[in-house]
Ligand binder design. Structure first.
Ligand SMILES: Nc1nc2c(ncn2[C@@H]2O[C@H](COP(=O)(O)OP(=O)(O)OP(=O)(O)O)[C@@H](O)[C@H]2O)c(=O)[nH]1
Length: 335
């Protein structure tokens, strides 16, 4: 289960973005906030006790008093019976994103993985608040997805120039972050998490979810682009690692279920990439049919499709020792 940090300066639009994600039909989201007084999650989306990890219509809410509390909250929200699609941690405006990111990466809670850090920027206030020195703000170092919000409030004549300046400042600190522009935090939830539905089989293939994403035209946000391929045979561990370590241009997330030859038998793996974060988990059984999906707001779709198809079209015939060694570096214990 991905744990996604949601950060941004005071008033940038974190809660607005969180509410937008909570409105995603069918999403089961655990939400951790560290200052409930400042939280204004849509009342309609929240029921139950505030300081309990209670399942609610759109998600789950609990209170985070301190760093130790984060571990406890993640533990409670990651319980398998809650069947969460993701846990979102909304930091207070004063929180240090780099420290929060470190806490999530260092978590010892089983069954979770870092799902990226979404930094929300107020396009109007940016240069008057967080970015006023020669060096771009250190807080961007940990960002995987930067949402430049309140674009609607920029005067039309200045809009493009201001947005370009903010992007340039972010890129100087964090060249690999994916940057999207938004109004009222309306970003494609597919950039942040996958939504499983009760109709999906227990060993759900991401394609079903992708299909829903691509054919859900009533949404009020720009759609992320995606490329996917089915894997009918074991793939080369080396080619897989090349893909995960050097993703196609514009890819923000890569996910998949794959089969590779281990030294003794075929092994299945669940792979997840978010920005620079690579996560590999062994599956109890190799999947009969595997799959790879790449998603990104600015994905070069044809190039991504070619890369994924090339992996699918080069089935491995035997264990690839060097590839397996690289794979093991990322491998985490299955839970
Ligand atoms: N015009 C406009 N207003 C926005 C946009 N996004 C958020 N707002 C408004 O900005 C105000 C602050 O938004 P919040 O989502 O509460 O910001 P926050 O980052 O959670 O704030 P704190 O938790 O206090 O740090 C609210 O009044 C929102 O309605 C946007 O894109 N355009």
């Amino acid at each position: 289960m991905p744990v996604v940090a949601l950060t941004g300066y005071l008033g940038a639009g974190k809660t607005t973005l969180l509410n937008h994600l909570l409105r995603r039909p069918g999403a089961r989201l655990g939400v951790v906030v560290n200052d409930f007084g400042a939280l204004n999650v849509d009342a309609a989306l929240v029921t139950g006790q505030i300081d309990e990890a209670v399942s609610i219509s759109g998600g789950c809410l609990c209170h985070l008093p301190d760093a130790g509390g984060l571990e406890d909250a993640l533990h409670r929200l990651s319980r398998p019976r809650l069947r969460m699609d993701a846990i979102l941690v909304e930091a207070s405006g004063a929180a240090d994103p780099v420290a929060l990111h470190r806490l999530i990466r260092g978590s010892r809670v089983r069954g979770i993985r870092p799902g990226g850090l979404v930094e929300v920027i107020d396009a109007v206030q940016h240069f008057g608040t967080v970015d006023h020195s020669a060096q771009p703000p250190a807080r961007y170092a940990a960002a995987t997805l930067v949402v430049i919000n309140k674009a609607d409030l920029l005067p039309p004549g200045e809009r493009d120039e201001v947005l370009a300046r903010i992007q340039e400042r972010v890129r100087r600190r964090q060249p690999h972050a994916q940057i999207v522009i938004s109004r009222h935090g309306r970003i494609d939830p597919a950039l942040v998490f996958d939504t499983a539905t009760d109709q999906d089989p227990a060993d759900e293939l991401p394609l079903a979810q992708l299909y829903r994403d691509q054919h859900h035209h009533t949404d009020d946000h720009e759609h992320a682009r995606a490329a996917s391929t089915a894997l009918t045979r074991p793939i080369s561990a080396g080619m897989l690692l090349d893909l995960l370590e050097s993703p196609p241009a514009g890819a923000y997330r890569i996910k998949g279920r794959v089969r590779v030859y281990g030294t003794r038998a075929e092994q299945g793996y669940l792979v997840n990439v978010v920005g620079p974060l690579i996560h590999v988990t062994p599956l109890p059984q190799p999947p009969p049919v595997g799959e790879l999906v790449a998603i990104g707001a600015h994905l070069d779709q044809p190039a991504a499709q070619q890369r994924l198809d090339a992996v699918a079209a080069t089935p491995a015939e035997r264990p690839d020792t060097d590839g397996l060694r690289r794979l093991r570096r990322y491998r985490t214990l299955s839970t």
